[in-house]
Design a protein around this ligand. Sequence first.
Ligand code: NDP
Ligand code: GDR
Length: 372
Amino acid sequence: MKTALITGITGQDGSYLAELLLAKGYEVHGIKRRASSFNTQRIDHIYQDPHTPNPRMVLHYGDLTDSSNLTRILQQVQPDEVYNLGAQSHVAVSFESPEYTADVDAMGTLRLLEAIRLLGLDKKTRFYQASTSELYGLVQEIPQKETTPFYPRSPYAVAKLYAYWITVNYREAYGMYACNGILFNHESPRRGETFVTRKITRGLANIAQGLEECLYMGNMDALRDWGHAKDYVRMQWMMLQQDQPEDFVIATGVQYSVREFIRWSAAELGITLRFEAKGVEEHAVVERIEGDKAPALKAGDVIVRVDPRYFRPAEVETLLGDPTKAKEKLGWTPEITVQEMCAEMVAEDLKVAQRHAFLKAHGHDVPVATEN
Ligand code: NDP
Ligand code: GDR
Protein backbone atom coordinates (compact mmCIF):
# COMPACT_ATOMS: atom_id res chain seq x y z
CA MET A 1 0.00 0.00 0.00
CA LYS A 2 1.37 3.43 -0.96
CA THR A 3 1.25 6.35 1.43
CA ALA A 4 0.51 9.91 0.33
CA LEU A 5 0.67 13.20 2.20
CA ILE A 6 -1.55 16.04 0.95
CA THR A 7 -1.13 19.64 2.05
CA GLY A 8 -4.34 21.58 1.43
CA ILE A 9 -6.50 18.46 1.87
CA THR A 10 -9.41 20.57 3.13
CA GLY A 11 -9.49 22.58 -0.14
CA GLN A 12 -11.25 21.87 -3.42
CA ASP A 13 -8.47 19.85 -5.06
CA GLY A 14 -7.31 18.21 -1.83
CA SER A 15 -10.76 16.72 -1.27
CA TYR A 16 -11.05 15.26 -4.78
CA LEU A 17 -7.46 13.99 -4.71
CA ALA A 18 -7.99 12.31 -1.33
CA GLU A 19 -11.06 10.52 -2.73
CA LEU A 20 -9.08 9.40 -5.78
CA LEU A 21 -6.12 8.09 -3.75
CA LEU A 22 -8.34 6.27 -1.25
CA ALA A 23 -10.11 4.60 -4.18
CA LYS A 24 -6.71 3.49 -5.48
CA GLY A 25 -5.90 1.87 -2.14
CA TYR A 26 -3.52 4.51 -0.74
CA GLU A 27 -3.13 5.41 2.90
CA VAL A 28 -3.84 9.13 2.82
CA HIS A 29 -2.48 11.66 5.29
CA GLY A 30 -3.55 15.27 5.16
CA ILE A 31 -2.49 18.49 6.84
CA LYS A 32 -5.28 20.65 8.19
CA ARG A 33 -4.98 24.04 9.80
CA ARG A 34 -6.24 24.78 13.25
CA ALA A 35 -9.24 27.10 12.90
CA SER A 36 -11.76 28.40 15.42
CA SER A 37 -14.57 26.63 13.56
CA PHE A 38 -14.70 23.37 11.64
CA ASN A 39 -12.98 23.61 8.23
CA THR A 40 -13.23 20.01 7.01
CA GLN A 41 -16.65 20.10 5.28
CA ARG A 42 -15.19 18.98 1.94
CA ILE A 43 -13.66 15.82 3.42
CA ASP A 44 -16.10 14.91 6.20
CA HIS A 45 -17.66 12.23 3.99
CA ILE A 46 -14.35 10.35 3.71
CA TYR A 47 -13.09 11.05 7.23
CA GLN A 48 -12.24 7.94 9.23
CA ASP A 49 -12.49 7.96 12.97
CA PRO A 50 -8.96 7.57 14.41
CA HIS A 51 -10.34 4.94 16.78
CA THR A 52 -11.09 2.57 13.91
CA PRO A 53 -8.35 -0.05 13.49
CA ASN A 54 -5.80 0.95 10.81
CA PRO A 55 -7.56 4.01 9.41
CA ARG A 56 -6.56 4.75 5.80
CA MET A 57 -7.16 8.45 6.17
CA VAL A 58 -5.36 10.45 8.84
CA LEU A 59 -5.39 14.20 9.48
CA HIS A 60 -2.54 16.10 11.13
CA TYR A 61 -2.64 19.65 12.42
CA GLY A 62 -0.05 21.75 10.63
CA ASP A 63 0.79 24.80 8.63
CA LEU A 64 3.05 25.54 5.68
CA THR A 65 4.56 28.43 7.65
CA ASP A 66 5.90 26.04 10.31
CA SER A 67 8.91 23.99 9.23
CA SER A 68 9.38 22.03 12.46
CA ASN A 69 5.79 20.88 12.19
CA LEU A 70 6.22 19.88 8.54
CA THR A 71 9.41 18.00 9.34
CA ARG A 72 7.76 16.08 12.18
CA ILE A 73 4.78 15.07 10.02
CA LEU A 74 7.03 13.96 7.14
CA GLN A 75 9.22 11.97 9.51
CA GLN A 76 6.20 10.26 11.01
CA VAL A 77 4.37 9.55 7.73
CA GLN A 78 7.39 8.68 5.51
CA PRO A 79 5.23 9.27 2.41
CA ASP A 80 5.83 7.77 -1.02
CA GLU A 81 4.16 10.82 -2.55
CA VAL A 82 3.67 14.40 -1.37
CA TYR A 83 1.08 16.61 -3.06
CA ASN A 84 1.68 20.25 -2.15
CA LEU A 85 -1.75 21.75 -2.75
CA GLY A 86 -1.82 24.03 0.31
CA ALA A 87 -1.74 27.73 -0.50
CA GLN A 88 -3.26 31.13 0.05
CA SER A 89 -4.81 30.59 -3.36
CA HIS A 90 -6.88 33.73 -3.97
CA VAL A 91 -5.24 36.14 -6.42
CA ALA A 92 -7.14 39.26 -5.28
CA VAL A 93 -6.46 38.48 -1.60
CA SER A 94 -2.74 38.19 -2.36
CA PHE A 95 -2.69 41.95 -3.05
CA GLU A 96 -4.07 42.46 0.48
CA SER A 97 -1.73 39.95 2.16
CA PRO A 98 1.35 39.76 -0.08
CA GLU A 99 3.84 38.83 2.64
CA TYR A 100 1.70 36.03 4.07
CA THR A 101 1.05 34.73 0.56
CA ALA A 102 4.80 34.60 -0.11
CA ASP A 103 5.41 32.85 3.20
CA VAL A 104 2.87 30.10 2.54
CA ASP A 105 3.03 29.70 -1.25
CA ALA A 106 6.75 30.26 -1.88
CA MET A 107 8.55 29.52 1.39
CA GLY A 108 6.09 26.76 2.30
CA THR A 109 7.19 24.85 -0.80
CA LEU A 110 10.85 25.29 0.09
CA ARG A 111 10.18 24.14 3.66
CA LEU A 112 8.62 20.90 2.41
CA LEU A 113 11.35 20.17 -0.13
CA GLU A 114 14.11 20.89 2.35
CA ALA A 115 12.46 18.73 5.02
CA ILE A 116 12.21 15.83 2.55
CA ARG A 117 15.91 16.24 1.74
CA LEU A 118 17.14 16.62 5.32
CA LEU A 119 15.15 13.57 6.43
CA GLY A 120 16.87 11.51 3.72
CA LEU A 121 13.53 10.91 1.96
CA ASP A 122 14.73 12.48 -1.30
CA LYS A 123 15.13 9.12 -3.08
CA LYS A 124 11.87 7.67 -1.73
CA THR A 125 9.38 10.54 -1.77
CA ARG A 126 7.91 11.91 -5.01
CA PHE A 127 6.80 15.55 -4.90
CA TYR A 128 3.98 17.29 -6.78
CA GLN A 129 3.84 21.10 -6.80
CA ALA A 130 0.55 22.87 -7.54
CA SER A 131 1.81 25.38 -10.09
CA THR A 132 -0.53 27.64 -11.97
CA SER A 133 -1.42 29.33 -15.24
CA GLU A 134 -1.15 32.60 -13.27
CA LEU A 135 2.61 32.25 -13.91
CA TYR A 136 1.90 33.34 -17.51
CA GLY A 137 0.11 36.50 -16.29
CA LEU A 138 0.76 39.05 -19.01
CA VAL A 139 0.80 36.42 -21.70
CA GLN A 140 3.78 36.22 -24.03
CA GLU A 141 2.34 33.56 -26.35
CA ILE A 142 -1.13 32.17 -27.22
CA PRO A 143 -1.90 29.42 -26.30
CA GLN A 144 0.42 28.92 -23.33
CA LYS A 145 2.48 25.73 -23.09
CA GLU A 146 5.37 24.38 -21.00
CA THR A 147 7.94 26.52 -22.87
CA THR A 148 6.00 29.81 -22.79
CA PRO A 149 7.86 32.50 -20.79
CA PHE A 150 6.38 33.51 -17.42
CA TYR A 151 5.25 37.05 -16.52
CA PRO A 152 3.49 36.91 -13.12
CA ARG A 153 1.02 39.73 -12.34
CA SER A 154 0.17 39.36 -8.64
CA PRO A 155 1.90 38.61 -5.32
CA TYR A 156 0.25 35.16 -5.57
CA ALA A 157 1.75 34.49 -9.00
CA VAL A 158 5.18 35.80 -7.97
CA ALA A 159 5.15 33.51 -4.92
CA LYS A 160 4.12 30.57 -7.13
CA LEU A 161 6.96 31.44 -9.52
CA TYR A 162 9.43 30.89 -6.70
CA ALA A 163 7.71 27.61 -5.84
CA TYR A 164 7.87 26.50 -9.48
CA TRP A 165 11.61 27.14 -9.76
CA ILE A 166 12.58 25.74 -6.36
CA THR A 167 10.80 22.52 -7.37
CA VAL A 168 12.81 22.42 -10.63
CA ASN A 169 15.95 23.25 -8.67
CA TYR A 170 15.56 20.41 -6.15
CA ARG A 171 14.95 18.03 -9.05
CA GLU A 172 18.12 19.14 -10.84
CA ALA A 173 20.33 19.66 -7.76
CA TYR A 174 19.41 16.59 -5.72
CA GLY A 175 17.88 14.25 -8.28
CA MET A 176 14.51 14.33 -6.51
CA TYR A 177 11.40 13.14 -8.28
CA ALA A 178 9.75 16.58 -8.12
CA CYS A 179 7.45 18.07 -10.72
CA ASN A 180 5.13 20.96 -11.46
CA GLY A 181 1.59 20.69 -12.76
CA ILE A 182 0.89 24.03 -14.43
CA LEU A 183 -2.85 23.90 -13.99
CA PHE A 184 -5.29 26.29 -15.61
CA ASN A 185 -8.44 27.30 -13.69
CA HIS A 186 -10.48 24.34 -12.51
CA GLU A 187 -13.75 24.49 -10.68
CA SER A 188 -16.51 22.30 -9.21
CA PRO A 189 -19.38 22.50 -6.74
CA ARG A 190 -16.63 22.41 -4.08
CA ARG A 191 -14.92 25.55 -5.41
CA GLY A 192 -14.32 28.25 -2.78
CA GLU A 193 -17.27 30.67 -2.69
CA THR A 194 -15.23 33.76 -3.64
CA PHE A 195 -13.69 32.47 -6.89
CA VAL A 196 -15.55 33.83 -9.87
CA THR A 197 -17.43 30.73 -11.10
CA ARG A 198 -18.76 29.75 -7.68
CA LYS A 199 -19.54 33.36 -6.83
CA ILE A 200 -21.69 33.45 -9.96
CA THR A 201 -23.47 30.09 -9.53
CA ARG A 202 -24.13 30.63 -5.83
CA GLY A 203 -25.07 34.30 -6.25
CA LEU A 204 -27.52 33.71 -9.10
CA ALA A 205 -29.11 30.72 -7.33
CA ASN A 206 -29.66 32.89 -4.24
CA ILE A 207 -31.10 35.71 -6.35
CA ALA A 208 -33.42 33.31 -8.18
CA GLN A 209 -34.75 32.19 -4.78
CA GLY A 210 -35.12 35.70 -3.38
CA LEU A 211 -32.25 35.47 -0.88
CA GLU A 212 -30.10 38.20 -2.50
CA GLU A 213 -30.90 40.99 -4.92
CA CYS A 214 -27.87 41.60 -7.09
CA LEU A 215 -24.55 40.02 -8.04
CA TYR A 216 -21.68 42.54 -8.00
CA MET A 217 -18.85 41.65 -10.36
CA GLY A 218 -15.35 42.82 -11.31
CA ASN A 219 -13.87 42.47 -14.78
CA MET A 220 -16.39 40.48 -16.84
CA ASP A 221 -14.20 40.65 -19.96
CA ALA A 222 -11.56 38.35 -18.40
CA LEU A 223 -11.03 35.17 -20.44
CA ARG A 224 -10.27 31.86 -18.75
CA ASP A 225 -9.66 28.24 -19.75
CA TRP A 226 -11.89 26.45 -17.24
CA GLY A 227 -11.89 22.71 -16.52
CA HIS A 228 -13.35 20.42 -13.83
CA ALA A 229 -11.28 19.76 -10.69
CA LYS A 230 -12.04 16.02 -10.86
CA ASP A 231 -10.31 15.76 -14.25
CA TYR A 232 -7.35 17.79 -13.01
CA VAL A 233 -6.60 15.82 -9.82
CA ARG A 234 -6.42 12.65 -11.92
CA MET A 235 -3.61 14.31 -13.79
CA GLN A 236 -1.82 15.28 -10.56
CA TRP A 237 -1.64 11.60 -9.63
CA MET A 238 -0.57 10.54 -13.16
CA MET A 239 2.34 12.99 -13.05
CA LEU A 240 3.86 11.14 -10.08
CA GLN A 241 3.57 7.69 -11.76
CA GLN A 242 6.04 8.31 -14.63
CA ASP A 243 9.61 7.01 -15.05
CA GLN A 244 11.02 10.53 -15.10
CA PRO A 245 9.71 13.68 -13.36
CA GLU A 246 8.50 16.32 -15.81
CA ASP A 247 6.38 19.48 -15.76
CA PHE A 248 3.02 19.54 -17.57
CA VAL A 249 0.42 22.12 -18.59
CA ILE A 250 -3.09 20.95 -17.76
CA ALA A 251 -5.87 22.79 -19.55
CA THR A 252 -8.82 22.23 -21.88
CA GLY A 253 -7.59 24.40 -24.78
CA VAL A 254 -10.83 26.42 -24.90
CA GLN A 255 -11.48 29.82 -23.32
CA TYR A 256 -14.58 31.85 -22.45
CA SER A 257 -15.30 35.16 -20.76
CA VAL A 258 -16.65 35.67 -17.26
CA ARG A 259 -19.72 37.24 -18.91
CA GLU A 260 -20.37 34.03 -20.84
CA PHE A 261 -20.18 32.02 -17.62
CA ILE A 262 -22.80 34.35 -16.12
CA ARG A 263 -25.07 33.81 -19.16
CA TRP A 264 -24.79 30.00 -18.92
CA SER A 265 -25.45 30.00 -15.18
CA ALA A 266 -28.53 32.18 -15.62
CA ALA A 267 -29.75 29.93 -18.44
CA GLU A 268 -29.47 26.90 -16.10
CA LEU A 269 -31.96 28.73 -13.87
CA GLY A 270 -34.27 29.44 -16.81
CA ILE A 271 -33.23 33.10 -16.95
CA THR A 272 -32.32 34.89 -20.18
CA LEU A 273 -30.12 37.92 -19.49
CA ARG A 274 -29.51 41.04 -21.55
CA PHE A 275 -26.26 42.89 -20.88
CA GLU A 276 -26.49 46.68 -21.26
CA ALA A 277 -24.01 49.60 -21.15
CA LYS A 278 -20.22 49.33 -20.91
CA GLY A 279 -17.47 49.64 -18.29
CA VAL A 280 -18.50 50.29 -14.69
CA GLU A 281 -22.07 51.04 -15.83
CA GLU A 282 -22.52 47.59 -17.35
CA HIS A 283 -25.41 45.59 -15.90
CA ALA A 284 -27.58 42.60 -16.81
CA VAL A 285 -31.35 42.74 -17.03
CA VAL A 286 -33.72 39.76 -16.86
CA GLU A 287 -35.27 39.49 -20.31
CA ARG A 288 -37.26 36.28 -19.96
CA ILE A 289 -37.87 33.53 -17.36
CA GLU A 290 -38.80 29.94 -18.09
CA GLY A 291 -39.56 27.12 -15.65
CA ASP A 292 -39.89 27.38 -11.88
CA LYS A 293 -36.30 27.77 -10.68
CA ALA A 294 -36.42 31.56 -10.31
CA PRO A 295 -39.73 32.33 -8.58
CA ALA A 296 -38.37 35.55 -7.05
CA LEU A 297 -37.64 37.25 -10.39
CA LYS A 298 -39.56 39.06 -13.11
CA ALA A 299 -38.61 40.49 -16.49
CA GLY A 300 -36.85 43.85 -16.18
CA ASP A 301 -35.06 43.09 -12.87
CA VAL A 302 -31.39 44.12 -12.86
CA ILE A 303 -29.52 41.27 -11.21
CA VAL A 304 -25.86 41.82 -12.19
CA ARG A 305 -23.87 45.04 -11.80
CA VAL A 306 -20.20 46.03 -11.79
CA ASP A 307 -18.48 47.02 -8.55
CA PRO A 308 -14.96 48.38 -9.16
CA ARG A 309 -13.86 47.05 -5.76
CA TYR A 310 -13.50 43.69 -7.51
CA PHE A 311 -11.06 45.08 -10.10
CA ARG A 312 -7.50 43.96 -9.39
CA PRO A 313 -4.47 46.29 -9.20
CA ALA A 314 -2.99 44.26 -12.08
CA GLU A 315 -5.24 41.93 -14.06
CA VAL A 316 -4.62 38.75 -16.01
CA GLU A 317 -6.91 39.39 -18.97
CA THR A 318 -6.61 36.16 -20.94
CA LEU A 319 -5.43 32.61 -20.34
CA LEU A 320 -5.61 29.72 -22.79
CA GLY A 321 -3.63 26.53 -22.28
CA ASP A 322 -2.19 24.03 -24.73
CA PRO A 323 -2.37 20.57 -23.07
CA THR A 324 -0.76 18.72 -26.02
CA LYS A 325 2.17 17.39 -23.96
CA ALA A 326 -0.15 15.93 -21.29
CA LYS A 327 -2.34 14.37 -23.98
CA GLU A 328 0.54 12.86 -25.93
CA LYS A 329 2.82 11.71 -23.10
CA LEU A 330 0.26 10.74 -20.47
CA GLY A 331 -2.82 10.05 -22.54
CA TRP A 332 -4.81 12.54 -20.46
CA THR A 333 -7.94 14.21 -21.75
CA PRO A 334 -10.52 16.15 -19.78
CA GLU A 335 -13.86 14.32 -19.62
CA ILE A 336 -16.16 17.07 -18.31
CA THR A 337 -16.89 20.18 -20.43
CA VAL A 338 -17.13 23.62 -18.89
CA GLN A 339 -20.84 23.78 -19.75
CA GLU A 340 -21.50 20.45 -17.98
CA MET A 341 -19.52 21.70 -15.02
CA CYS A 342 -21.51 24.94 -14.92
CA ALA A 343 -24.77 22.97 -14.92
CA GLU A 344 -23.53 20.79 -12.03
CA MET A 345 -22.45 23.83 -10.00
CA VAL A 346 -25.75 25.66 -10.52
CA ALA A 347 -27.75 22.53 -9.64
CA GLU A 348 -25.84 22.12 -6.35
CA ASP A 349 -26.10 25.79 -5.40
CA LEU A 350 -29.79 25.85 -6.31
CA LYS A 351 -30.48 22.95 -3.91
CA VAL A 352 -28.91 24.92 -1.05
CA ALA A 353 -30.70 28.14 -2.03
CA GLN A 354 -34.07 26.33 -2.19
CA ARG A 355 -33.46 24.89 1.28
CA HIS A 356 -32.63 28.34 2.65
CA ALA A 357 -35.63 29.92 0.90
CA PHE A 358 -37.89 27.27 2.48
CA LEU A 359 -36.46 28.00 5.94
CA LYS A 360 -36.84 31.74 5.43
CA ALA A 361 -40.45 31.33 4.29
CA HIS A 362 -41.11 29.48 7.56
CA GLY A 363 -39.66 32.23 9.72
CA HIS A 364 -36.17 30.80 10.32
CA ASP A 365 -32.89 32.69 10.04
CA VAL A 366 -30.75 31.73 7.04
CA PRO A 367 -27.00 32.21 6.73
CA VAL A 368 -25.98 35.41 4.94
CA ALA A 369 -22.63 35.69 3.15
CA THR A 370 -20.40 38.30 4.77
CA GLU A 371 -17.84 38.52 1.98
CA ASN A 372 -17.93 37.79 -1.73
P1 NDP B 1 -8.27 26.03 -2.11
O1 NDP B 1 -8.14 27.48 -1.80
O2 NDP B 1 -9.62 25.43 -2.25
O3 NDP B 1 -7.49 25.18 -0.99
C1 NDP B 1 -6.30 25.61 -0.43
C2 NDP B 1 -5.90 24.68 0.67
O4 NDP B 1 -4.69 25.18 1.27
C3 NDP B 1 -6.93 24.58 1.82
O5 NDP B 1 -6.93 23.27 2.31
C4 NDP B 1 -6.34 25.53 2.86
O6 NDP B 1 -6.75 25.24 4.17
C5 NDP B 1 -4.85 25.23 2.66
N1 NDP B 1 -4.00 26.26 3.25
C6 NDP B 1 -4.11 27.60 3.13
N2 NDP B 1 -3.13 28.21 3.82
C7 NDP B 1 -2.40 27.25 4.40
C8 NDP B 1 -1.29 27.24 5.28
N3 NDP B 1 -0.74 28.38 5.72
N4 NDP B 1 -0.79 26.05 5.67
C9 NDP B 1 -1.35 24.89 5.25
N5 NDP B 1 -2.43 24.82 4.46
C10 NDP B 1 -2.94 25.99 4.03
O7 NDP B 1 -7.41 25.78 -3.43
P2 NDP B 1 -7.63 24.72 -4.63
O8 NDP B 1 -7.95 23.41 -4.05
O9 NDP B 1 -8.49 25.33 -5.65
O10 NDP B 1 -6.16 24.67 -5.28
C11 NDP B 1 -5.17 23.77 -4.79
C12 NDP B 1 -3.79 24.28 -5.15
O11 NDP B 1 -3.67 24.42 -6.55
C13 NDP B 1 -3.44 25.66 -4.57
O12 NDP B 1 -2.07 25.64 -4.28
C14 NDP B 1 -3.73 26.61 -5.71
O13 NDP B 1 -2.93 27.77 -5.59
C15 NDP B 1 -3.33 25.77 -6.90
N6 NDP B 1 -4.00 26.02 -8.14
C16 NDP B 1 -5.37 26.04 -8.19
C17 NDP B 1 -6.03 26.20 -9.39
C18 NDP B 1 -7.50 26.22 -9.47
O14 NDP B 1 -8.02 26.68 -10.51
N7 NDP B 1 -8.24 25.72 -8.49
C19 NDP B 1 -5.26 26.36 -10.66
C20 NDP B 1 -3.83 26.30 -10.49
C21 NDP B 1 -3.24 26.12 -9.27
P3 NDP B 1 -8.14 25.86 4.79
O15 NDP B 1 -9.23 24.96 4.29
O16 NDP B 1 -7.91 25.77 6.25
O17 NDP B 1 -8.26 27.25 4.27
P1 GDR C 1 -8.08 33.44 -10.84
O1 GDR C 1 -9.57 33.02 -10.45
O2 GDR C 1 -7.73 34.79 -10.38
O3 GDR C 1 -7.94 33.15 -12.30
O4 GDR C 1 -7.24 32.42 -9.96
P2 GDR C 1 -10.86 33.85 -10.05
O5 GDR C 1 -11.98 32.93 -10.22
O6 GDR C 1 -10.71 34.54 -8.73
O7 GDR C 1 -10.90 35.00 -11.18
C1 GDR C 1 -11.00 34.70 -12.56
C2 GDR C 1 -11.20 35.98 -13.34
O8 GDR C 1 -12.50 36.51 -13.04
C3 GDR C 1 -12.38 37.91 -12.84
N1 GDR C 1 -13.48 38.39 -11.98
C4 GDR C 1 -13.68 38.09 -10.71
N2 GDR C 1 -13.01 37.24 -9.89
C5 GDR C 1 -13.49 37.11 -8.61
N3 GDR C 1 -12.88 36.25 -7.79
N4 GDR C 1 -14.57 37.81 -8.16
C6 GDR C 1 -15.26 38.67 -8.95
O9 GDR C 1 -16.21 39.30 -8.52
C7 GDR C 1 -14.79 38.81 -10.30
N5 GDR C 1 -15.23 39.54 -11.35
C8 GDR C 1 -14.43 39.28 -12.37
C9 GDR C 1 -11.01 38.06 -12.19
O10 GDR C 1 -10.57 39.43 -12.26
C10 GDR C 1 -10.20 37.09 -13.02
O11 GDR C 1 -9.77 37.70 -14.20
C11 GDR C 1 -7.65 31.05 -9.81
C12 GDR C 1 -7.18 30.56 -8.43
O12 GDR C 1 -7.73 29.28 -8.21
C13 GDR C 1 -5.66 30.46 -8.40
O13 GDR C 1 -5.28 29.83 -7.18
C14 GDR C 1 -5.19 29.63 -9.58
O14 GDR C 1 -3.79 29.59 -9.57
C15 GDR C 1 -5.69 30.22 -10.89
O15 GDR C 1 -7.11 30.26 -10.85
C16 GDR C 1 -5.28 29.40 -12.09
